[in-house]
Design a protein. Structure first.
Ligand code: NAD
Ligand code: TYD
Length: 356
């Protein structure tokens, strides 16, 4: 048995690959990892697997139908786990085209390849096959302060080019199940954080900027709320859904950890004050309020009762344990940070934050 993972050199994908090949329950099942190595993909995330025959890395585009067909034919995976995407809201505002190309058309190509592959399967191989689509809570749009958390039946109301492209991909996945019978699973997860998180997103950006003595830019009033989940818990949720999820179903994944951005930044500063105190005083001195993101969603919150009830999944980390581990990971991996902050990263920082 083999898995075909897309986007397995990115933040969540690389954590998934590393966890899969470390877990005694799955470690004997090899992974074929198809990743374009965009700015967000990094083989250094997978350095621990160098020379390991259980990890077959293929650099390529999910939109390359011939390549995907070839991989499915050669490796006959029992499942496709689809992480590959453009994932950063701010980049989607500056340039939505790539989001449509990868998230919408790339997913379409992958579904078509999976459909053709599935049509050729029979017996146990056909019964076991799954297409697992990894998606986000952002497809549901923004919640009022007192509204109940997103359930799986919440209306789709995406507000950013990123969330619109992910919503489109979710709809394609749903349609390929209903129309063609492709055995799909979809997970919609809240904001992740943890090791190998590219420092353009809130939590890693605040950690690496603080350590470099740079400004900590909070958009608008900083009272926007996100529901944070440690990346390892997202990976364990995907494993649970892949193993036991009902075909055609959607599962919301979250940690019941709603926090305003300002609190997140203050928590990171307090941890750094403890773990790497600075002679000039608390890291909160670096906080600046900058112009808000256009169309900024005010609040996301996940109701994770379905996955808990049906599959018995629960997060292992609290926010307090997960954020401490994460800050420590960045302190211990200055070389990884320096590596991802080369060329293209600096261009993005000056485009988004000016001279910061
Ligand atoms: P990421 O940006 O860190 O990684 C994306 C990976 O996809 C990179 O390795 C990149 O090289 C690869 N990729 C991009 N375009 C590709 C293409 N055309 N062909 C092949 N590979 C390509 O993203 P992430 O944060 O790890 O997110 C992974 C998935 O999880 C995405 O689908 C995202 O929408 C979803 N998700 C993310 C979060 C989060 O908080 N980060 C939360 C919920 C869901
Ligand atoms: P982000 O990590 O980009 O995730 P998403 O937009 O997908 O939720 O941002 C998380 C929150 O942090 C979001 O409300 C925007 C805010 N934010 C800032 O305030 N400053 C920043 O520099 C960044 C990158 C994000």
């Amino acid at each position: 048995m083999t898995l075909l993972v897309t986007g397995g050199a990115g933040f969540i994908g690389s954590n998934f690959v590393l966890d899969w090949l470390a877990d005694p329950a799955t470690r004997d099942e090899p992974i074929v990892n198809l990743d374009l190595l965009s700015y967000a993909g990094n083989l250094k995330n997978l350095a621990a697997l160098q020379g390991d025959a259980r990890h077959i890395f293929v650099q390529g585009d999910i939109g390359d139908r011939a390549l995907v067909d070839g991989l499915l034919a050669a490796h006959r995976p029992r499942a496709v786990v689809h992480f590959a995407a453009e994932s950063h809201v701010d980049r989607s505002i500056h340039g939505p085209g790539e989001f449509m190309r990868t998230n919408v058309m790339g997913t379409f190509t992958l579904l078509e390849a999976a459909r053709a592959h599935y049509a050729g399967l029979s017996g146990d191989d056909r019964a076991a096959f799954r297409f697992h689509h990894v998606s986000t809570d952002e497809v549901y749009g923004s919640l009022a302060a007192d509204a109940p958390a997103f359930t799986e039946s919440h209306t789709y109301e995406p507000n950013s080019p990123y969330s619109a492209s992910k919503a489109a991909s979710d709809h394609l996945v749903r349609a390929w199940h209903h129309t063609y019978g492709l055995p799909v699973l979809t997970t919609n997860c809240s904001n992740n954080y943890g090791p190998y998180h590219f420092p353009e997103k809130l939590i890693p950006l605040m950690i690496v900027n603080a350590l470099a003595g740079k400004a900590l830019p909070i958009y608008g009033d900083g009272l926007q709320v996100r529901d944070w989940l440690y990346v390892g818990d997202h990976c364990s949720a995907i494993r649970a859904v892949l193993a036991r999820g009902r075909v055609g179903e959607t599962y919301n994944v979250g940690g019941w950890n709603e926090k305003p951005n300002r609190e997140i930044v203050h928590t990171i500063c307090a941890l750094l004050d403890q773990l790497r105190p600075h002679p000039e005083g608390p890291y909160t001195r670096l906080i600046t309020h900058v112009t808000d993101r256009p169309g900024h969603d005010r609040r996301y919150a996940i109701d994770a009762r379905k996955i808990e009830r049906e599959l018995g999944w629960r997060p292992a980390e609290t926010f307090e344990s997960g954020i401490r581990k994460t800050v420590q990971w960045y302190l211990d991996h200055a070389d990884w940070v320096a590596d991802v902050q080369s060329g293209g990263y600096r261009d993005w920082m000056s485009k988004q934050y000016g001279a910061a």
